[in-house]
Ligand binder design. Structure first.
Ligand SMILES: Nc1ncnc2c1ncn2[C@@H]1O[C@H](COP(=O)(O)OP(=O)(O)OP(=O)(O)O)[C@@H](O)[C@H]1O
Length: 296
């Protein structure tokens, strides 16, 4: 796989406060990366460092060069928190101005259609709602037809329809072989879309890998079914770590190893129904990781 971003021992501090602590990461060409972590973990700082907007220490190689270089600026699109845009211009004027900064921009008319902004094109930016402004900033990030995009909390403030359009455009970017890094606290959205996850905890990159790899680390599987059999028949089953009867007929098994527990359930299959198997959600894993960090 072609590495498009690599950092080695990336560090950054605000005064005495270390915000990024020896971050070593790689992003491969064509990947959709979800970057998540608690408030204040350092996500925005990491994006800013990758964009060359902060004087970080350590090595950063991006698109074969240094952050902030001319090539990087032409080939990278970004949508940052509190992005500054001119106030007294219309949506279409803003996009035309942004397009003029790039060698090979997208067609602004087509872009307006694609991000569902056509009907707002003549509105002044200063009159836009927060969610609409985020959509304009997303369009600005796309207008240079970048190979690599950094999107910081892109869907905050967007309504359901705007979110749907946003994620469709991310899928288009995936299909076009573009590379995208998205920070978000909406773990369900990230879980559905990201090829790989990066988790930052207090400035330390504690995980980079697929959701499945993360789930394998935090093994728990929840197996739920209906039965008239007694709970105690299942309590000592292989890999069951705890069990609870949610109501008279339902049994819910928390298993360390779902495959093992399912095998152990085979003799009972004639007497159980409505079986569902769920792996630990990203949200639950994330909460556990956060708790572990607090306890450490
Ligand atoms: N300009 C600044 N001056 C001093 N400290 C800052 C500054 N910007 C951020 N910080 C601190 O750096 C740390 C990391 O902030 P950062 O914004 O990167 O976190 P984040 O993971 O993006 O958080 P959130 O999820 O809330 O957006 C925080 O402790 C924050 O208070």
């Amino acid at each position: 796989m072609n590495k498009i971003v690599t950092t080695r021992q990336l560090k950054f501090s605000y005064g005495k406060k270390e915000v990024l602590k020896n971050v070593n990461l790689t992003i491969n060409s064509g990947e959709i990366i979800g970057l998540t972590g608690e408030n204040g973990a350092g996500k925005t700082t990491l994006l800013n460092a990758l964009l060359g907007l902060l004087p970080s220490n350590g090595q950063v190689e991006i698109l074969g060069g240094k952050p902030g270089g001319k090539k990087a600026r032409q080939k990278i699109g970004s949508m940052l928190q509190g992005d500054m845009v001119l106030d007294n211009v219309t949506v279409i004027e803003m996009l035309n101005e942004a397009a003029s900064q790039y060698d090979e921009p997208l067609d602004v008319e087509e872009l307006l259609q694609k991000v569902d902004l056509k009907k707002h094109e003549n509105k002044l930016l200063k009159n836009l709602s927060g969610g609409l402004m985020r959509r304009v900033t997303f369009a600005v990030a796309l207008v240079g037809n970048p190979d690599l995009l950094f999107l910081d909390e892109p869907t905050v403030g967007m309504d359901a329809q705007a979110r749907k359009v946003f994620w469709q455009r991310i899928e288009d970017l995936r299909d076009a072989g573009k590379t995208v890094m998205i920070t978000s606290h909406y773990l369900e959205e990230i879980q559905q879309t990201a090829d790989r996850l990066l988790i930052l905890q207090n400035g330390v990159l504690t995980f980079q890998g697929t959701l499945q790899e993360l789930q394998n680390k935090y093994k728990k599987t929840v197996i739920r079914f209906k039965t008239k059999l007694a709970l105690k028949k299942f309590q000592k089953m292989a890999a069951v770590i705890s069990s609870a009867q949610t109501d008279a007929e339902w049994i819910c098994l928390n298993s360390e190893d779902g495959d093992e527990t399912l095998k152990a359930l085979v003799p009972f299959l004639g007497e159980i129904s409505n079986i569902s198997v769920q792996r630990e959600s990203l949200e639950n894993i994330f909460l556990k990781m956060t708790n572990e960090e607090e306890l450490a």
